[in-house]
Design a protein around this ligand. Structure first.
Ligand SMILES: Cc1cc2nc3c(=O)[nH]c(=O)nc-3n(C[C@H](O)[C@H](O)[C@H](O)COP(=O)(O)O)c2cc1C
Length: 370
């Protein structure tokens, strides 16, 4: 596994489900990561947790992420991931949510660098593939200890380190601190993967080049624009119109169907995901380099709210930008049952009439997750 020169899909709980990863592969993603699995649940052979370690045969470069506080659990979960085809195992040290940190996992590990170093060293000894670690800058703004933590991780033998440029406390409230990411990349000799706020191909290349990181990682950008990986490779935007986007979402619905099966039970399971994905799909806006490159240098576009002030958006465009969950639910049900793209377009236009757009509301980019 070469951690340099790559564009990684970020581990995304719920969002990085297997059918969605297949969609990303179809749009140029080459390095995928699974959803975070709790090592202690893997040890208990929990079916739902083991399912998170599964990859699709088309995922030829797949890493599994685990959350752990104890080495025996981390090793057992790492081995289970390797048995299922993971090329590397990533340890989560960034998850901010209460249930995770209270069990000594996720971002809690940042507070104890020595203990973290021991855990990583045990994993490196016990797991037969490279071990990587994903961190945030620290617990709070005044406790930014990512330098010390990164040193401990490198000395413990980790093969790579991902830095999400925020603290645990910040969640998504601030722009990711790429200066801090650059400092850590300069201090370390293992590959550092930079992560935070990459939404366009030009921001990605700019951050990648100016920070000196070995690789970059994309989270919400992939949820909003599943085709972002191809844009980054080709260094040019694809600005699909509403019909073309609907075709992508329909393809995703079909992949969900293949995965969960085309029956009532399958639909019930798919509906835990498909409406949720529209919370991200609806944030898509064309952000051409010509118009936005200058402002993106001032402030990341991911963290910017865009009011829909264009006058003549089509009905279909409006409904795909709608951020109301009732509309997302309707669109998801439509895509599950639509026979083809024409039927999906007609159905989406009917939803637009049923739920007239609320004018002038800004798209909210930040989320409570991760
Ligand atoms: C829906 C969602 C789920 C996430 N789940 C995880 C996770 O399971 N493990 C993890 O390390 N980070 C998780 N994150 C954080 C992302 O991996 C990433 O570090 C963060 O979103 C910053 O990158 P971005 O600005 O490209 O989104 C999640 C983020 C989101 C939005």
């Amino acid at each position: 596994m070469d951690f340099r020169g790559r564009v990684f899909l970020a581990p995304l709980t719920k969002g990085g489900n297997l059918p969605f990863r297949r969609l990303l592969l179809a749009h140029g993603c080459t390095v995928t990561m699974g959803e975070m699995a709790y090592a202690y649940q893997v040890v208990k052979r929990s079916k739902s947790e083991l399912a998170l370690l599964r990859k699709h045969p088309d995922e030829t470069c797949f890493g599994a992420q685990i959350a752990a506080s104890r080495a025996p659990d981390a090793i057992a979960a790492g081995l289970a991931a390797v048995e299922r085809g993971a090329l590397w195992v990533d340890l989560n040290c960034g998850c901010p949510i209460h249930d995770v940190v209270k069990r000594g996992m996720g971002a809690t590990l940042l507070q104890r660098p020595t203990q973290l170093g021991k855990l990583v060293a045990e994993m490196v000894k016990g797991v037969p593939v490279p071990v990587s670690v994903k961190i945030r800058l620290g617990w709070t703004e005044s406790e930014q200890n990512a330098s010390e933590v990164s040193k401990a991780i490198e000395e413990a033998g980790a093969a790579a380190l991902t830095v999400h440029g925020r603290t645990r406390e910040q969640r998504y409230s601030r722009a990711a601190d790429w200066d801090a990411i650059a400092r850590i990349a300069a201090e370390r000799s293992i590959p550092v993967i930079g992560n935070g706020d990459l939404l366009t191909w030009y921001e990605t290349h700019e951050r990648w080049r100016s920070s000196g990181v070995a690789s970059v990682m994309i989270g919400r950008g992939a949820l909003i624009k599943p085709w972002i990986f191809r844009e980054i490779t080709e260094q040019k935007a694809w600005e699909p119109d509403a019909r073309e986007r609907l075709a992508v979402y329909l393809d995703f619905a079909r992949k969900l169907k293949e995965h969960f099966r085309d029956d009532e039970k399958g639909k019930e399971r798919a509906m835990r995901f498909l409406p949720w994905h529209f919370e991200f799909f609806c944030r898509y806006r064309p952000l051409s380099a010509e118009r936005f490159v200058a402002s993106s240098r001032e402030h990341p576009l991911m963290q910017t709210r865009f009011a829909d002030d264009e006058q003549d958006l089509s009905v279909l465009e409006k409904v795909l930008r709608d951020h109301r969950s009732v509309v997302h639910q309707k669109l998801a049900e439509l895509l599950w049952s639509a026979a083809d793209l024409d039927a999906a377009v007609a159905g989406a236009e009917a939803i637009a009439i049923e739920f007239p757009a609320v004018a002038g509301e800004a798209g909210e980019m930040a989320t409570a997750h991760g």
